[in-house]
Ligand binder design. Structure first.
Ligand code: GAP
Length: 493
C-alpha cells in the first residue's frame, strides 16, 4: 500500500493536517484534527490502562519538558546524541551520512550521454556500473565530509539569550523519570521490581525527517522505565535479562491485542556496534510500514547507566535499599520506549481496507473498537420526518454520556454508512419509520432501531431501551458481535 493513500484519507476525514498549512506548511510538523486527536488519545489511553492501571508494579509520571541543562550533560545527550551529517555543496540539502545509501539516487550517466536516471537505493548504475558518490538528490553536488550534528533543540530560559541561559527541549521523556526516581520511590514506598510510566512530547532536530508522522521534529513518546534489582536471580538467570525478555514479549503482544496483524510485526535485535551508548541489549519491535520494515518501539536494557550518571552529577543518592541483603543497590533499567504518533500510523495503515460491495468500492478502517475515534454514529433514515430526527437525536444524546458518538443526517443512508466505515466507526444505529410509526395512519412504532456492525455489515433490530446494555457489552465487556447477532433478529439491509 502507498503511504499517500493514508495521508490523503487523514486530511480528507479530519485525522491529520499539515502544520501551518495556510502559510505553506512547515516541514515534518503535523496537527491532529478532530478524529486524529480522538484516535491518538485512545492509543495513549489503551497504553496507560494496560501498563499503569492494570499492573500493580507500575506508577505514572508527567515531568516537565524543560529540564536543568546538566541533565543532558549527565545523560550523555550533549556529547552523544548526534547523527553524522553531510551537506550537498550544490543544492545545499542535508543528509545523514549513515543513511545515504538507503534512498534512491539521481545519476547523470556518462555512458548514455548524461541521461538522468533514478537508481534504487544502494544499487550501481546498470549502464556504467558507477556507484553513488555525489548528492543523491540533485545528482551533481559534491558532499562535505561528515560532521556530528546534535539533535537536541536548543532554547533560552529567561529574558537574556546568553550561554548561561541555554536549555534544551527534551529529546526523550526518559530522563524526567530518572531524575524523579528517588521522589517516586520514597513517596510511593515502592519495592523492586517496579516501573514508572510516562507519556509526553519529545523534540528532535532530525536531519532526515519524513514519511508523514513516522519521523517528525515534535512527537509523543510512551515510555516505561522498569527498575530491577541487579542482584536478583530468576530461574538461575540475572533478573534484568529475564525482565528484558518479558517486556519484549509483552510489548510485541500489545500491538496485536489492538489489531495489528502478526505478519506485519517482527523483532529486530540490535547489533553490538549499533547499540546506544547506554544499552547492554536492545530489541526493536518493527512494523511493515508502506516504506518498509521500520522501528515502532525500542526495548532496551539501559543497565544502571542513567541512575549512576545522575547520582554522580547531582551528588544525590539514587540507590535503593535492599532490605534482604542489607545493602544499597543501583537498580538496572529495562526501557520499553514507544512512539504514540508512530503507533497511530501503524494502527491506521494496518486497519485500512478496500473492498468491493455490490459493485462499489468500500473503504474502511478496521480499527479496534477501543481505538476507533467514534464508537457509534446515530443516523436517521429520513431527515424530513420530525419524529425520526427527534428520536435519533435523543438516542445520540443518551449514548454520548458514555461513548463518543455522533449524529449525522447530511446524506442518504448508504453514503452515511460509507463515511462511518472510512473513519472506522464500529457501530451505526439507524432510526426509521418502523421505529416511530406513523401518527397520521395511527400506526404505533415498534421503538426498535437497527444496529449495523462495520466489518461484517450485519444488522440487527434492537429495542431502544436495550441499546445501552448492548453497547456496554460490545464496547466495555468484550462481548462478541456474534453473541448480539444470536440474540436479536436480523434487520433488512
Ligand atoms: N528513551 C529511548 C528512546 O527515546 P528511541 O528509539 O530514540 O529511544 C523511542 O525512541 C521511540 O520514539 C521510537 O521507537 C519511535 O516510536 C519514537 N520516535 C523516536 N524518534 C521519533 C521521531 N523523530 N518522530 C516520531 N517518533 C519518534
Amino acid at each position: 500500500m502507498n503511504l499517500d493513500v493514508i495521508v490523503s484519507l487523514c486530511k480528507r476525514r479530519g485525522f491529520i493536517f499539515q502544520s501551518s498549512e495556510i502559510y505553506g506548511g512547515i516541514a515534518s510538523c503535523w496537527d491532529y484534527g478532530p478524529l486524529g486527536v480522538e484516535l491518538k488519545n485512545n492509543v495513549k489511553r489503551a497504553w496507560w490502562r494496560d501498563n499503569v492501571y492494570l499492573r500493580p508494579d507500575m506508577v505514572g509520571l508527567d515531568a516537565a519538558i524543560l529540564m536543568h541543562p546538566n541533565v543532558w550533560k549527565a545523560s550523555g545527550h550533549l556529547d552523544h546524541f548526534t547523527d553524522p551529517m553531510v551537506d550537498c555543496k550544490a543544492c545545499r540539502r542535508r543528509f545523514r551520512a549513515d543513511k545515504l545509501d538507503e534512498t534512491p539516487w539521481i545519476h547523470y550517466c556518462p555512458a548514455t550521454k548524461g541521461n538522468k536516471f533514478e537508481i534504487p537505493a544502494g544499487e550501481p548504475c546498470k549502464h556504467c556500473g558507477a556507484r553513488r558518490t555525489l548528492c543523491p538528490a540533485c545528482g551533481k553536488g559534491e558532499l562535505t565530509p561528515p560532521r556530528q550534528f546534535n539533535l537536541m533543540f536548543k532554547t533560552f530560559m529567561g529574558p537574556v539569550e546568553e550561554d548561561a541561559a541555554v536549555t534544551y527541549l527534551r529529546p526523550e521523556t526518559a530522563q524526567g523519570i530518572f531524575v524523579n526516581f528517588d521522589n517516586v520511590l520514597q513517596s510511593m514506598r515502592l519495592k523492586l521490581p517496579f516501573g514508572i510510566a510516562q507519556i509526553g512530547k519529545s523534540f528532535r532536530n532530525e536531519i532526515t525527517p519524513g514519511n508523514f508522522i513516522f519521523r517528525t521534529h515534535e512527537f509523543e513518546q510512551m515510555e516505561i522505565e522498569y527498575f530491577v534489582n541487579p542482584n536478583d536471580v530468576i530461574d538461575g538467570r540475572p533478573a534484568d535479562e529475564v525482565w528484558h525478555e518479558r517486556w519484549i514479549e509483552e510489548r510485541f503482544a500489545w500491538y496485536q491485542r489492538y489489531g495489528i496483524r502478526r505478519e506485519h510485526l517482527r523483532l529486530r535485535e540490535h547489533e553490538k556496534d549499533e547499540l546506544a551508548h547506554y544499552a547492554k541489549r536492545t530489541a526493536d519491535v518493527e512494523y511493515k510500514f508502506p516504506m518498509g520494515w521500520s522501528e515502532l518501539e525500542g526495548i532496551a536494557n539501559r543497565t544502571d547507566f542513567d541512575l549512576r550518571q545522575h547520582g554522580k552529577a547531582s551528588g544525590k543518592s539514587l540507590t535503593y535499599f535492599d532490605e534482604e541483603r542489607k545493602t544499597h543497590v543501583l537498580p538496572y533499567v529495562i526501557e520499553p520506549s514507544a512512539g504514540a504518533d508512530r503507533s497511530v500510523l501503524a494502527f491506521l495503515v494496518d486497519a485500512y481496507r478496500e473492498e468491493e460491495v455490490r459493485g462499489e468500492k468500500r473503504v474502511l478502517l478496521r480499527l479496534h473498537a477501543d481505538l476507533a475515534p467514534l464508537k457509534i454514529a446515530v443516523l436517521p433514515l429520513l431527515k424530513k420526518r420530525d419524529e425520526i430526527v427527534a428520536t435519533a437525536r435523543e438516542i445520540q444524546r443518551r449514548l454520548a454520556q458514555r461513548w463518543v458518538s455522533v449524529y449525522d443526517d447530511t446524506a442518504a443512508i448508504g453514503r452515511l454508512y460509507r463515511r462511518q466505515d472510512e473513519v472506522g466507526t464500529p457501530y451505526c444505529v439507524t432510526v426509521d419509520v418502523q421505529t416511530v410509526g406513523d401518527a397520521e395512519k395511527r400506526e404505533a412504532g415498534d421503538r426498535k432501531v437497527t444496529i449495523r456492525e462495520r466489518d461484517s455489515m450485519e444488522q440487527v433490530r434492537v429495542p431502544i431501551t436495550e441499546l445501552e446494555t448492548v453497547f456496554r457489552e460490545l464496547l466495555a465487556d468484550g462481548v462478541a458481535w456474534s453473541a448480539i447477532v444470536a440474540r436479536y433478529p436480523a434487520a433488512k439491509s
